[in-house]
Design a protein around this ligand. Structure first.
Ligand code: PMT
Length: 396
């Protein structure tokens, strides 16, 4: 495919060089276009050597005014990474002050935009409105991640990881890319509730958002999904076989009832580790005296799956407040998993939030996925599972 790679002026512009290299590696013909401000950060020579093509930079160069029409007509897809607030505004309003924005108006193919900017600029009403306009036009927006920004602040605005941008390109190049077709993925999500009496229970803060995002992403990529879910306030993803459970024991039974049909398992649920030894049949009445609850340990479903998995891919999660990597590595071995998705949990982290930040811990490899919407995290987990399926040495 012939791809226009637009690069605009931001500190993340240097990451576009690696993007250009990966696109060429994936077999694409890449036409790099640098805005005037991008040239302040990166040199056209870098992109010319990586793509093997002259880099287009200035509308006012001789012949460039005609060139934008020719470039627009001879390419199949346009990707802008990083896309500044300014270029989003120019695109949204149809301003044609530079080569890239002129090209945008002349181009008729699919557009992918990977914004990067300061958090306040990203949150600004004007930027939100411009993004809404661009989304309504059907453009794909690869959401920025959260992290330390060039301006020294921490927040949303960091250019998405190149892997996420490349995944977006793959899905646009092949909209019916069903890279999980043939898989039946058993996903557990949400909390469990362990009754104390008919009206009380022990539970945790899991909202189900991470597990449901995984289920939706897997469905979109062609997998069949069995979603074993604890009580959550989310709409079930359409197309998933939903099995609602309340307790850890019910989750265990539902998981093992569907083990035979599954080709991969993702244990995202936050399962109880302890349950009241003898739940009361009637509501426990308060008497003013202290109440002692005796708790029994709950069997570890993931560990049991580790013994029964056969050739299935097995992905566990690890929710830790400290020593995240060390505990995740231990779980990987002890529970016989292919991958542990480790997340730090605590105030505003992991549980309930719309974003997450994880380590994908595998035998001999750890991948850090910076803070991003849970859907984006889900895509990265699934892409990594696909890589684990491939024989060693085969790169995508
Ligand atoms: O639902 P959200 O609000 O979106 O939050 C997402 C999340 C924080 C719940 C999720 O990202 C996450 O971390 N899930 C795992 C939570 C957990 O129970 O972690 P753990 O470290 O206690 O357990 C490790 C693994 O063993 C998990 O895969 C868990 O499903 C599994 N387990 C635990 C206990 C048990 N009795 N049986 C199990 O199978």
């Amino acid at each position: 495919m012939r791809i226009i790679l637009g690069v605009t002026g931001g500190i993340a512009a240097y990451k576009a060089a690696d993007l250009a290299r990966s696109l060429v590696r994936d077999g694409h013909e890449v036409q790099a276009v640098l805005t005037r401000s991008a040239e302040e950060f990166v040199s056209p020579v870098t992109f010319a050597s990586l793509t093997g093509k002259k880099v287009l930079t200035n509308l006012f160069e001789a012949s460039a005014a005609i060139e934008h029409i020719e470039v627009a007509q001879s390419n199949d897809l346009m990707l802008v990474a990083p896309a500044t607030a300014n270029i989003l505004a120019e695109f949204a309003h149809g301003l044609a002050g530079g080569f890239l924005s002129t090209l945008y108006l002349a181009f008729r193919g699919p557009m992918i935009l990977a914004p990067a900017m300061n958090t306040n600029m990203w949150d600004h009403e004007a930027t939100r409105a411009n993004l809404d306009t661009l989304r309504r036009r059907g453009h794909v927006i690869v959401e920025p991640g959260v992290g330390m920004l060039a301006c020294g602040t921490f927040g949303v605005g960091r250019l998405a990881e190149n892997d996420a941008i490349l995944d977006a390109v793959r899905r646009v190049v092949n909209p019916t890319l069903q890279d999980l077709k043939g898989e039946t993925i058993l996903i557990t999500a949400g909390p469990t509730q362990e009754p104390i009496d008919p009206v009380r229970f022990i539970s945790n803060r899991s909202s189900g958002k991470m597990g449901y995002a995984l289920a939706q992403a897997a469905l979109d990529r062609g997998a069949k999904v069995v979603l074993v879910s604890g009580p959550v306030a989310l709409d079930p993803p359409r197309g998933a076989e939903l099995v609602r459970i309340q307790t850890a024991a019910e989750m265990r039974d539902a998981v093992f009832a569907h083990l035979e049909v599954s080709t991969a398992i993702i244990k995202c649920a936050a399962v109880a580790d302890f349950r009241p030894a003898t739940p009361a049949k009637q509501k426990i009445k308060k008497s003013g005296a202290p109440v002692t609850l005796e708790l029994d340990p709950v069997g570890d479903i993931l560990a049991e799956l580790g013994r029964a998995r056969g050739a299935r891919l097995l992905v566990g999660f690890a929710a830790e407040t400290d020593n995240v990597l060390e505990y995740a590595r231990r779980k990987l071995v002890e529970k016989n998993c292919d991958m542990i998705v480790a997340n730090r949990v605590g105030a505003g982290l992991g549980f309930e939030a719309d974003t997450n930040e994880v380590l994908l811990v595998m035998k001999g490899e750890v991948i850090e996925v910076p803070q991003a919407p849970k859907r984006e995290i889900a895509e990265r987990i699934l892409s990594q599972m696909i890589r684990l399926r491939q024989p060693a040495g085969v790169a995508r």
